[in-house]
Design a protein around this ligand. Structure first.
Ligand code: SAH
Length: 213
């Protein structure tokens, strides 16, 4: 688990790349600049870690593209101590970004293999989520609701109702919605039954899977 000057240099280049693609949130850029992404990937992909690309991880899943991670995180407009629910822990990279920004993170993963691997790995790097959960993200986390923000890191065929209902008033849900291509969608809860919806461009994700068991 080494983080060298070479890695730090490559990371700075990555920050510049995503800045040039339009990310302006300084806290998000600084989180990307400080998290050793190469340690979240299998050793065979180490050389690719600081390219702005998604890459395979275990269980046929992917670590999201850094630009996408930055874009989604910026949409959350996090304040320190915000309570955030993440759906799709995967490698834990997005979880680490949220922790780095001072959020209290709850994250759900439905692949046992990834859940186990990431639960052991994140604390080793010093990233302590409030709770990592093995379960189905479509249901959200009713016991811990309401949340300041909810972020979904897999492509959802529809917007799961529990996620909207688990937002605080004023809370934000960022979710890529669609089948082959997803529209990054931001919902802001303005009242018990009032939601503001914004479409924020097209992205591609692995699917948010329903009813595994
Ligand atoms: N944030 C992760 C992205 C991983 S890809 C990272 O950057 O590494 C999406 C993740 O969502 C995968 O790990 C996949 O197993 C998980 N996933 C898919 N369907 C899910 C569901 N219904 N509930 C929770 N997690 C799910």
């Amino acid at each position: 688990m080494k983080d060298t000057f070479k890695h730090k240099g490559l990371r700075q280049q990555l920050v510049n790349i995503i800045k040039n693609k339009g990310i302006t949130n300084e806290k998000v850029l600084s989180a990307i600049g400080s998290i050793p992404r190469h340690l979240f990937m299998d050793s065979g992909f180490l050389d690719h870690a600081y390219q702005d690309k998604a890459f395979p991880i275990a269980a046929d899943q992917t670590i999201s593209q850094p630009y996408t991670v930055a874009f989604q995180t910026a949409l959350l407009e996090l304040k320190p101590d915000d309570k955030v629910l993440e759906i799709g822990t995967g490698s834990g990279y997005q979880t680490a970004v949220l922790c780095e920004l001072g959020a209290k993170v709850y994250s759900i993963e439905r692949q046992q293999e990834l859940f186990k691997k990431t639960s052991q790995f994140l604390p080793k790097l010093g990233y302590r989520a409030k709770k990592l959960i093995f379960g189905d993200g479509y249901k959200g986390l009713p016991d811990e609701a309401p949340f300041d923000s909810i972020i979904v890191t897999a492509g959802a065929p529809f917007v799961p109702k529990p996620l909207l209902s688990q937002l605080k008033i004023g809370g934000r849900l960022v979710i890529p919605v669609g089948d082959d291509v997803q529209v990054m969608t931001l919902f802001i809860r303005n009242g018990t039954k009032e939601f503001e919806k914004h479409d924020c461009g097209e992205f591609r994700f692995v699917p948010l899977i329903e009813d595994k068991n």
